[in-house]
Design a protein around this ligand. Structure first.
Ligand code: OSB
Ligand code: MG
Length: 368
């Protein structure tokens, strides 16, 4: 396979409703779409960096910059480059994992399409449908939250995740438990909004039988998470802290988490994401697939990953309609609380050219 070049598009997709987390409110998803063009097939990737460096240090404009200035020029020097060679060739550049992941996925998709292999099969999937959870943002009031949760349960979502922050934690959890009962699979995500001294406060979540609390403390505070895990009964799950298979192994060894959220973008790609899955399975640590408000491109790949055997908890793999009134691929629709794993070659979906053009705000082309 011979690479012709890469197209980078910055897109802007309006969200169906504002999404508020402890780090900010989003009304539009700005994202990066990468197209790898080769003599045999085209492949698609999605960068999950957000507009501002609030979830992690990465952001969309930095992603475009580092990909065009450093990552693609380095890859252009590699003889017989394949997807497996992307991470080693880019290892000398520190960080920028979301950017690396987007490029790797585009090339991996092109390769798999050229050989007719679905991404799910390539990764080792064992299921053809995956259970879907939904991430529910911080709201202005408890009645508004209960309405939102009610709507998602009606749509069939099998797990609810509430975003929390100081001032929006115990009461919303109690209200959801009182209204919808103890059988609803319920978990919370703090996106690093708490501190080590908040252990006694977070222990007030213990009676609500939550599946997990996701990333209560700072990304770099593994020791704090290990101490918190001893002070509360709710299982601690890490998201932001898990930037690599090594970070996952370290966090597990330290007792900083008993569950891991795997996001391929955050860890530098689907191949590293699979290694994290393997590390967790070897340690009896359940994993689930996180989300970054992906379009159908990233969603297709996430659903393929979530079909691996260690993904025993429902993921933030919601239907397209939870985010966008119009996706850029065929929409993912939740049926019986599940999404179907695409079966076509590569990621198994292709963006609609007009839909993609309609949301594109900037395009760059890099010739190989
Ligand atoms: O922390 O899991 C997170 C969205 C953007 C950034 C970080 C997170 C999230 C979500 C939504 O919780 C996940 C999704 O539905 O895509
Ligand atoms: Mg999270």
């Amino acid at each position: 396979m011979k690479l012709t070049g890469f197209e980078l598009r910055v897109i802007e997709m309006p969200l169906v409703s504002p999404f508020r987390t402890s780090f900010g409110v989003q009304t539009v998803r700005e994202a990066l779409i990468v197209r790898a063009v080769t003599d045999e097939a085209e492949g698609w990737g999605e960068g999950v960096a957000m507009s501002d460096p609030l979830y992690s240090s990465e952001y969309v404009e930095a992603s475009v910059d580092v990909i065009t200035r450093f990552l693609l020029p380095a890859l252009a020097q590699v003889k017989d480059l394949d997807a497996g060679g992307v991470a080693p060739a880019l290892a000398k550049f520190k960080g920028h994992r979301m950017s690396k992941a987007a490029v790797e996925l585009a090339l991996l998709d092109a390769e798999l399409r050229a050989t007719g292999v679905p991404l799910s099969r390539e990764l080792g999937a064992v299921r053809d449908r995956v259970d879907c959870g939904v991430s529910v943002g911080i709201m202005d009031s408890i009645p508004q939250l209960l309405d939102a949760v009610d709507g998602y349960l009606d749509e069939g979502y099998v797990r609810i995740k509430l975003k929390i922050e100081p001032g929006w934690d115990i009461d919303p959890v109690r209200a959801v438990r009182e209204r919808f009962g103890d059988d609803v699979l319920l978990q919370v995500d703090a996106n690093t909004a708490y501190h080590r001294g908040d252990a006694r406060h977070l222990a007030k979540l213990d009676p609500f039988d939550l599946l997990l609390i996701e990333q209560p403390l700072d990304e770099e505070d593994l020791l704090g998470h290990a101490q918190l895990a001893k002070a509360i009964t709710t299982p601690v799950c890490l998201d932001e802290s898990i930037v690599s298979a090594r970070a996952a192994a370290d966090a597990i060894a330290l007792g900083a988490c008993s569950i891991v959220n795997i996001k391929p973008g955050r860890v530098g790609g689907y191949l590293e994401a699979r290694r994290i899955h393997d590390v967790c399975v070897a340690n009896d640590i359940p994993v689930w697939c996180g989300g970054m408000l992906e379009t159908g491109i990233g969603r297709a790949a996430n659903v393929a990953l979530a079909a691996l055997p260690g993904f025993t908890l429902p993921g933030d793999t919601s239907g397209s309609g939870r985010y966008y009134s119009q996706d850029i691929t065929e929409p993912f629709v939740v049926e019986d609380g599940t999404l179907t794993v695409p079966t076509g070659p590569g990621i198994g979906v292709t963006p609609d050219a007009d839909a993609l053009d309609a949301v594109t705000v900037r395009t760059e082309w890099v010739t190989f």
